[in-house]
Design a protein around this ligand. Structure first.
Ligand SMILES: Cc1cc2nc3c(=O)[nH]c(=O)nc-3n(C[C@H](O)[C@H](O)[C@H](O)COP(=O)(O)OP(=O)(O)OC[C@H]3O[C@@H](n4cnc5c(N)ncnc54)[C@H](O)[C@@H]3O)c2cc1C
Length: 573
């Protein structure tokens, strides 16, 4: 029977996009379906650490070795998505000498370059480290931008002929007897310029082979074909600080626990995290105390965090997996390794495999392993080349440096723009038009915003992800309107206003958890700014029907009076 595609990849996170790129580069016909936008799942909600492997060097040496290998590969093929900040495992007086020694030995055994620094040397490198930090191990941790890296994989997959279908939710697996031969998806309209199928319509897509790469949702997908994929989703909180209190990744040198890592990311620092099993990856509690715990505990390593301002918090859900009968009680003990489940071998069901677990840092290796497996099933002999072929935007780091000079890149703004754009810098930044900074916190210029609009249409959240505009200190307070302005003249006023609302809502979502004292002042400042200058709490440009509901500046369809004041902690901060 003729099928629509050779391979159907389910899930548009780092794993799914990596698989689509790998298989498309090997010459297979690939279709990827994702229920939301790319990175909508865990990939868009992670800590941003490019692991050196140091974190796993005591508990899980196989994962540690894999991390350092992939760390080196990603620096080569995706340099424009990575900032090599370096990392420190710091020891406090109460942390054990024995564990410090084990960590060092583990790093060395896994070929992770590691060096011991005295407390003084560590503080010379990171002046805000606590004065009682006794010593540290330096490792090649880095910061990685998951949005850019994931999108770069998807673009390259498309460049090799893949069909990437976002806003296409898998609602059923097509199974006949003991064979899975495709899926049924329900289409939705997505924002942006991509052409989507008609919203609400369904489509059956048949394939020679189906790969379930839906991460924390892999169990739900498996259940659609009576296959048991025992994912154990585990949530973690991350809190974004207003500035980079540290320029190096700071890890606590003790066995894994809550709140033990700070990752510098662009202009911010991200504190994390926790590890708590949840039953539903789409519905779990997000509590204020979790944010407080991040700040309190990590202040032991970097005391100025106590007085710093947080700008937002977010939660992600790990797609942890362990083979049946392992029965680990504590989610922090569940392995971070990944598993390829061949449902033919395990369940006697042909045409489908699942890939679960793992880390963002190892997405490419996961993609390689399952792509080898799929090729074997389909009798394809082409080899993997993703470790050697640069991703779009990072073909040539030297050219990037040269580009910085060419564009007069003495200013941090230009340096940041070029870093973000990689090999596309010249194409985007060389403009005769005025090129003011639209987002002052992140240093994003009009040329970059316009370029992102040309790729993603009116979806300002997609512009945000591509450029980082509105992700800085003011959380869009000052730049959202400027971003919406750039939609003109390609999009009409109603579209621009709808896009602005969506962007506000997205920004507000992450701030609700951190509203107390001066935090609250900043949120109210933003609210007042938009209510008074843009009349956003009573928008005259809306239709009469809309006016009745008086959409507010904060929250969907809300008015100022509807604001959830319960969210504002009256505590003694
Ligand atoms: C708190 C936290 C911090 C982390 N920090 C780090 C870190 O610093 N470094 C690191 O290397 N790793 C980190 N990780 C791990 C890493 O983020 C994940 O391992 C990785 O992102 C998983 O990618 P994925 O593609 O497998 O899953 P996902 O990114 O979740 O992709 C699965 C996709 O499937 C889609 N989907 C679900 N159901 C359907 C359906 N019915 N139809 C179609 N599509 C569907 C989802 O929308 C989603 O986009 C962290 C994880 C968490 C939770």
């Amino acid at each position: 029977m003729a099928t629509d595609t050779d391979v159907l990849v389910l899930g548009g996170g780092s794993t799914g996009c990596g698989i689509a790129r790998d298989l498309a580069m090997r010459g297979l016909e690939v279709t990827l379906v994702e229920r939301g936008n790319l990175t909508d799942g865990t990939t868009g909600r992670m800590h941003g650490l490019l692991h050196s492997g140091g974190r796993y060097a005591v508990s899980d040496r196989a994962s540690a070795t894999e991390c350092i290998e992939e760390n080196e590969i990603l620096r080569e093929i995706a340099g424009h998505c990575v900032e090599m900040t370096g990392g420190l495992f710091v020891q406090r007086p109460e942390d054990s000498d024995e564990y410090f020694r084990e960590k060092l030995e583990g790093c060395r055994a896994c070929d992770i370059p590691a060096r011991v620094l005295s407390g003084r040397e560590a503080r010379e490198r990171e002046p805000y480290l606590a004065s009682d930090i006794e010593r540290a191990i330096s490792v090649p941790d880095g910061a990685v931008d998951p949005f850019r890296l994931c999108v770069a994989n998807a673009i390259d997959a498309e460049n090799h002929g893949a069909r990437i279908e976002t806003h296409a939710e898998v609602i059923d697996l097509l199974r006949e007897g003991e064979d899975v031969y495709g899926v049924r998806v329900r289409h939705d309209s997505g924002p942006g310029k991509r052409v989507h199928q008609s919203p609400g319509s369904t489509e059956a897509i048949t394939a020679e082979y189906v790969v379930n790469a839906t991460g924390a949702w892999a169990g739900q997908i498996g259940a659609m074909a009576d296959l048991d994929v025992a994912v154990r989703p585990s949530k973690g909180v991350m809190t974004i600080m207003n500035v980079r209190q540290v320029d190096t990744v700071i890890n606590r040198c003790r066995p894994k626990g809550d709140a033990d890592i700070i990752v510098p990311h662009e202009t911010t620092a991200i504190l994390g995290t926790t590890d708590e099993e949840v039953t539903d990856p789409d519905d779990y509690p997000e509590a204020e105390w979790e944010v407080d715990m991040m700040i309190d505990t990590l202040s032991d390593l970097v005391p100025i965090l106590e007085d710093a301002r947080t700008i937002r918090s977010f939660w992600g859900v790990r797609p942890l997996y362990e083979p049946p009968e392992t029965g680990t009680r504590d989610p922090t003990d569940i392995t971070r390794d990944f598993f390829l489940i061949d449902h033919e071998d395990r369940d006697g069901v042909t045409g489908v495999s699942s890939i679960v677990g793992g880390k963002f840092t190892t997405y490419r290796a996961m993609a390689e392993e399952i792509s080898d497996h799929v090729c074997e099933k389909l009798g394809v002999t082409a080899h993997c080349s993703t470790a050697d072929r640069p991703l779009p935007g990072s073909e040539n780091i030297a050219a990037l440096e040269e580009g910085m000079d060419r564009f007069g890149l003495r200013s941090p703004v230009a340096r940041r723009s070029t870093k973000r754009l990689g090999s596309r810098s010249r194409e985007v930044l060389e403009t005769d038009d005025p090129n003011p900074v639209i987002c002052a916190c992140e240093g994003v210029t009009r040329a970059e915003v316009r370029d992102a609009v040309s790729q993603s249409g009116s979806d300002l959240n997609a512009v945000r992800i591509r450029t980082r505009a509105s992700m800085g200190n003011c959380q869009g307070g000052f730049c959202c309107v400027g971003m919406a302005n750039e939609l003109h003249p390609d999009h009409d006023e109603a579209t621009a206003r709808a896009a602005l609302d969506e962007l506000f809502q997205e920004r507000w979502k992450g701030q609700r958890h951190a509203l107390w004292g001066e935090q609250l002042s900043q949120a109210m400042l933003n609210y007042a700014l938009h209510a008074t200058t843009m009349n956003r709490d009573y928008d005259p440009a809306r239709s009469e029907a809309d006016r009745d509901v008086r959409p507010g500046a904060i929250g969907s369809g809300s008015t100022a009076a509807d604001l959830e004041y319960d969210a504002f902690d009256q505590g003694d901060r």
